[in-house]
Design a protein around this ligand. Structure first.
Ligand code: KIV
Length: 261
């Protein structure tokens, strides 16, 4: 097993795992200093391409953005989402996971849970492709948003899924939008780390979509904390630039290139 993955697993019950998404080098270079895991998420469909769901993002899109993200990473574990349709059966999953791993040099792939696709996880792991699972709200397969784990029966179902993913060999599981009771029970019941998004502080780590927490995406549900308001900062800078170009305040002689430094 990759030493970076071993390090992530060892963090369980010791220190929290910090994770964020990235789709480009300029962002991943900054995040790399503070994150254990950087995910090239298919959330880029909503965030970058303004699509209403993640269903149309392609393998090529994921690979292209990962190649950029990879250039900013020195120490974090780089995980890439497998897009919808790219792991519909074991053969397709293995072929596409190998393409992602080979073309991007990432450390692992992430698969959303669907119709008990544990066999696929198990095959990829056997073929030395590390896998991160994903349960709860899985946008590739669920039409409408719902908090999961609201009844005892639902919690048991989620726990069963988490245990099956662990048994299949995944090194970690994303818990998306689960009740705190479900997140706590799952986290206590499995040996691999859980990474929560909208799933309380009981998880072993947390992940957010970077553009949301930076105040860039315009998507701020209750579980997102806005750590910055980049929309405002960029808007202010663009406005100032626009004004200065128009009134000929920029460029000044200081910015002229006349063959000297
Ligand atoms: O695509 C993504 O960004 C994700 C995270 C929300 C976990 O899957």
């Amino acid at each position: 097993m990759n030493s970076k993955i071993k390090k992530i697993i060892r963090k369980k019950n010791k220190s929290k795992i910090v994770s964020l998404t990235a789709y480009s080098k300029n962002i991943s270079k900054i995040l790399d200093k503070y994150c254990d895991i950087i995910l090239v998420g298919d959330s880029m469909a909503n965030v970058l391409y303004d699509q209403k769901n993640t269903h149309k993002i392609s393998l090529e899109d994921l690979i292209k953005h990962t190649l950029s993200v990879q250039k900013g990473i020195k120490k974090s574990l780089l995980v890439v989402d497998m897009p919808k349709g790219s792991y519909s059966d074991t053969f397709t999953a293995l072929k596409n996971a190998r393409i992602i791993m080979k073309k991007t040099n990432c450390h692992a792939v992430k698969l959303e849970n669907f119709r008990n696709n544990y066999k696929i996880i198990n095959l990829l792991v056997k073929k030395k492709i590390p896998v991160m699972g994903h349960i709860g709200f899985t946008p590739q397969f669920k039409r409408s948003f719902r908090i999961e784990g609201q009844s005892k029966k639902e919690i048991e179902k989620l726990l069963k899924q988490a245990k099956s993913i662990e048994k299949a060999g995944a090194f970690s599981i994303v818990l998306e939008c689960l009740t705190s009771d479900a997140a706590r029970l799952i986290t206590q019941s499995i040996k691999i780390p859980t990474i929560g998004i909208g799933s309380s502080s009981y998880c072993d780590g947390q992940i957010l979509v970077t553009d949301d927490m930076l105040g860039l995406s315009g998507f701020y549900p209750k579980f997102v904390k806005k750590y910055a308001n980049l929309n405002r900062i960029i808007e202010k800078a663009a406005k100032k630039y626009s004004r200065e170009v128009k009134i000929k305040k920029f460029p000044t002689k200081k910015n002229f290139l006349n063959g000297t430094n």
